[in-house]
Design a protein around this ligand. Structure first.
Ligand SMILES: Cc1ncc(COP(=O)(O)O)c(C=O)c1O
Length: 223
């Protein structure tokens, strides 16, 4: 999960009964789909900006950031103080009632996003964001087909699982109506406009052939 600030082989890091117990209980009480990295996963205890400590007290320089979610550092006081103030003031009202804060955030996003992107839809997870993006694309284009990249991960809902092109994340089967997968095209170096155009053309050709293949075979991805 993270890299030690001074390299120490994992086998030499102190392990205590405490972390063994957490790992054992994780295996026992959580769904196996919630996988951990490594045979002896690091059991995180606390963090401070770029540093993370495990339950044994080992300190790590964190290059991982919790998969795109902690890009501002662990327990960043600027963020923590606002979160703490809000949960002590008002926690949940559903989206059926407006609050000053949701409006203020949407307004700020409208000011910094380009073009006509002036309205926001807030979600709790990447899965929901991808669901919303596909819904929006379908509504906007009137087209139902979605072409996704092979080897991409999109989330755990039924639709996001169908878009995901990794067999281990497609367990128990998927409903793939309207979903095709294509190879990722490499963005070759070269004059920016030409390179972008030829990459898009390659992607389009590959996507077209995926759509044709889908119409002739039921599914070409193992689930
Ligand atoms: C590229 C990408 N899309 C979607 C997701 C799903 O996000 P979530 O786990 O928040 O639903 C992830 C999560 O790792 C992701 O990396």
């Amino acid at each position: 999960m993270t890299t030690p600030a001074h390299f120490v082989p994992a086998s030499q890091l102190a392990r205590s009964a405490r972390s063994e117990e957490v790992v054992a209980k994780h295996k026992k009480y959580l769904w196996p789909s919630v996988t951990n990295y490594f045979q002896q996963p690091l059991v995180a205890d606390h963090g401070e900006m770029q540093h993370l400590w495990d339950v044994e007290g080992n300190k790590y320089l964190d290059f991982f950031g919790g998969i795109l979610t902690v890009s501002v550092g662990h327990c960043n006081p600027k963020i923590s103080s606002k979160v703490s103030a809000q949960v002590n003031r008002l926690q949940h009202t559903s989206t059926l009632y407006p609050t000053e804060h949701i409006v203020a955030l949407a307004e700020k996003i409208a000011q910094i996003t380009p073009g006509n992107l002036k309205q926001s839809f807030f979600t709790n997870s990447g899965t929901e964001a991808n669901e919303a993006a596909i819904l929006l694309a379908r509504m906007s284009t009137g087209s139902f087909d979605v072409v996704a990249l092979r080897h991409a991960y999109s989330g755990g809902s039924a639709l996001a699982k169908a878009v995901t092109a990794h067999a281990p994340y497609r367990k128990a089967g998927v409903i793939s109506v309207g979903i095709s997968h294509t190879w990722k095209t490499s963005f070759r170096p070269g004059p920016a406009a030409t390179s972008r155009r030829s990459s898009l053309n390659r992607f389009k050709a590959s996507a077209d052939s995926s759509l044709r293949r889908r119409s002739t075979s039921k599914s070409f991805l193992r689930s």
